[in-house]
Design a protein around this ligand. Structure first.
Ligand code: AKB
Length: 318
């Protein structure tokens, strides 16, 4: 069995990824790391956990050697909205942290490095409808620029050193848990607020369309890609998506279950970020090269999110 190492385990994706990895690969084969102290969920799951800041290049290497790691899933990243508030921190974590991980993978000759990219790697000059896998990438946020760096450096190391780099351009990821620091977070907050207060003031305009996927599809795409045979891959970075919607379409769908729900709109700096991102993605390269096939359409997502958040809050919406 291979041994897996995850950075950024406390992020929105990490919190679901770690339990799924324990089940898939066995808890003795997964090492979770993050900047914070171990949380009760990980404690309960008996996760092998270490505090690690990805800027600490010695700490990172020591753990990789100590646990004889084969594959890294590098999730530590400052997201789009937080990055615009603190570009210097985003540079340290997203550029320098990624470089540490990339170099450690090369020097220790590890089997694979998976590092997610994002729809944020695209920008206003990209064709924003049905965005192709290979197209113009001129993002305007520090987060987006860092994701282009991740993709290009990963591809460069793949060509130059044969490093087995793989990446997915995640859209907004939806799960019934509180997100933080992203532009696509509005969709999750809308469901929380619909259940708690029957109203939500959205920080995007009502008509900004963005691509999303459910967490289960996000995890499926991650496992499918890291386990795909190398000789099938023509690309190293892939578009993946499950659905696209606007805040208004989400509000209307929530209203079908909670008729009193009202969404109002007060766009802030995140509106301009969202408008520079794709509205929908062409994920045919992923479908062709490693059989990507999402399972969650929009309607099923709305019910799943309402049920999940309702259970989490202990408040019924029915
Ligand atoms: C964000 O909104 O910053 C992230 C992303 C799309 O990468 N969820």
């Amino acid at each position: 069995m291979k041994r897996y190492f995850v950075t950024g385990s406390y992020g929105q994706i990490g919190m679901d990824l770690i339990p799924a990895m324990l089940e898939r690969y066995g808890k003795e084969n997964v090492v979770a790391t993050g900047r914070k102290k171990i949380n009760p969920t990980f404690k309960e799951l008996d996760v092998i956990y270490h505090r690690l800041d990805v800027r600490d290049h010695y700490g990172l290497r020591n753990l990789l050697v100590e646990y004889d790691i084969d594959i890294i899933l590098h999730n530590a990243s400052v997201l789009s909205a937080t990055g615009e508030k603190n570009p210097q921190l985003a540079h340290e974590i997203n550029f320098e942290g990624f470089y540490n991980v990339l170099e450690a993978t090369r020097e220790l000759n590890l089997e694979q490095l998976f590092a997610p990219s994002s729809i944020a790697a695209f920008g206003p000059t990209t064709p924003l409808v049905n965005t192709p896998n290979d197209t113009i990438m001129q993002p305007t946020t520090i987060y987006g620029i860092s994701k282009v760096y991740v993709e290009l450096m990963g591809e460069y190391y793949n060509k130059k050193y044969g490093l087995n780099f793989r990446s997915l351009r995640y859209p907004g990821v939806l799960a019934p848990s509180e997100p933080g620091g992203g532009t696509t977070d509005f969709a999750i907050w809308a469901v929380f607020e619909a259940i708690k207060n029957k109203k939500y003031e959205c920080f995007l305009s009502k008509d900004v369309r963005l691509p999303f996927m459910m967490m289960s599809d996000c995890l499926k795409s991650t496992f499918d890609l890291i386990e795909a045979p190398d000789d099938k891959l023509k690309h190293r970075s892939f578009n993946v998506t499950g659905m696209s919607f606007t805040p208004e379409e989400l509000a209307n769908a929530i209203k079908e279950y909670i008729p009193e729900f009202e969404m109002t709109y007060k766009p802030d700096f995140r509106d301009a970020i969202a408008r520079s991102w794709p509205q929908s993605l062409d994920d045919s390269a992923a479908r062709e090269e490693w059989d990507w096939n999402p399972e969650f359409p929009f309607d099923k997502m709305v019910i799943e999110m309402l049920d999940g958040v309702s259970e989490k809050l202990g408040i019924s919406y029915k």
